[in-house]
Design a binder for this molecule. Structure first.
Ligand SMILES: *[C@@H]1O[C@H](CO)[C@@H](O)[C@H](O)[C@H]1NC(C)=O
Ligand SMILES: *[C@@H]1O[C@H](CO)[C@@H](O)[C@H](O)[C@H]1NC(C)=O
Length: 306
């Protein structure tokens, strides 16, 4: 469908879409971030739940994906797969808001509104992500506990109250170090993998690319580079995700990340550091594909690309 037939077809929506296109980039990114964050949370929460269950399952017991899914559906019904959606959503929209307002603050005050270079963009991303991550940590703890099925809280406010009164403030921020170790290097790793992978498919300067890609497949090949970069960066940061879950589910057991890492690898072997990596990668792949499809169709609909 071409640009003009699209607008004829949808009539008044054209105002909405061009209105959206005219917004400030920060507001636009915030809206896209919130909408895609909310919908991907709703759609892909089961992957998060299974990941958390796999990270808690003992090495000797079941840590395979299908048996775990069947077990959850049998005992807790299909809705059981969506446990943890509420704290996930409670975290999502303010998280996106904090992220973008921090980014925009840094852009204005630290860079005097200049365009950041690659390194500055990565550092800004790290700072913004870490700041939002720290402030919203309690919801991350509660989300993991909902998903695990080991704790029974009636609602999120009740969970905050119970954790605060029985375990103290520290428990609401449990797992902060591994969370930052997981999230902070992500953008840097992503950028590194992405730029290396792109050299395979895109010509640089006078040199030819390693693989010749037909022009109409360029966009798809760039998307494939982005996706692979995301998967590789997730793989490298996965052990931190496992440590985070263990610390949040067993507040008494572990004092710091070195302690938790040495205990769980001794008891369950090195493989435990990659527990739940499959559902995490599946979720990331689906999310990236969804975001890309959404973005591509939006670009076409506002006439930036035909
Ligand atoms: C999973 O959680 C339960 C309840 O806290 C605990 O008894 C069990 O040891 C945990 N499994 C592992 C491998 O940590
Ligand atoms: C949360 O649960 C507690 C205890 O069950 C209840 O007193 C409180 O009203 C609930 N809060 C909300 C917002 O539903």
């Amino acid at each position: 469908m071409s640009f003009s037939t699209y607008f004829q077809f949808f009539g008044d929506n054209s105002k909405l879409i061009t209105g959206f296109a005219n917004q400030h980039p920060v507001i636009k990114s915030f809206l896209i971030g919130s909408v895609s964050g909310t919908s991907s949370t709703l759609l892909f929460q089961p992957f998060e739940l299974i990941k958390t269950r796999m990270q808690n399952a003992s090495a000797s017991g079941k840590r395979r994906m299908m048996p775990l899914i069947i077990d959850v559906v049998r005992k807790e019904h299909v809705a059981g797969l969506w446990k943890g959606t509420v704290p996930s959503l409670v975290r999502c929209v303010p998280g996106v808001g904090l992220y973008f307002s921090t980014m925009s603050w840094m852009q204005t005050y630290l860079l005097q509104s200049q365009r950041p270079n690659a390194l500055e963009a990565i550092l800004m991303g790290v700072a913004a992500r870490s700041f939002a991550g720290c402030l919203l940590m309690p919801f991350t703890v509660i989300k993991t506990r909902y998903e695990s099925g080991l704790f029974q809280y009636t609602n999120v406010t009740e969970a905050v109250r119970v954790i605060y009164t029985t375990e103290g403030m520290r428990s609401l921020f449990r797992g902060l170090t591994p969370t930052l170790l997981r999230d902070a290097p992500f953008s840097g790793l992503y950028y590194m993998f992405y730029s290396q992978l792109k050299r395979i498919v895109e010509p640089t300067g006078s040199s030819q690319p390693l693989i010749q890609i037909p022009a109409d497949l360029q966009a798809v090949s760039i998307f494939a580079c982005g996706l692979s970069a995301g998967l590789l960066a997730s793989l490298v940061t996965h052990p931190a995700d496992v440590l985070k879950t263990k610390m949040q589910l067993h507040p008494q057991g572990f004092s710091n990340i070195f302690h938790v890492a040495s205990i769980i690898t001794r008891e369950e072997g090195l493989r435990v550091l990659f527990a739940g990596v499959v559902p995490r990668m599946m979720r990331r792949t689906l999310m990236a594909t969804m975001a890309w499809t959404f973005y591509e169709s939006l670009m076409q609909n506002v006439g930036l690309k035909k």
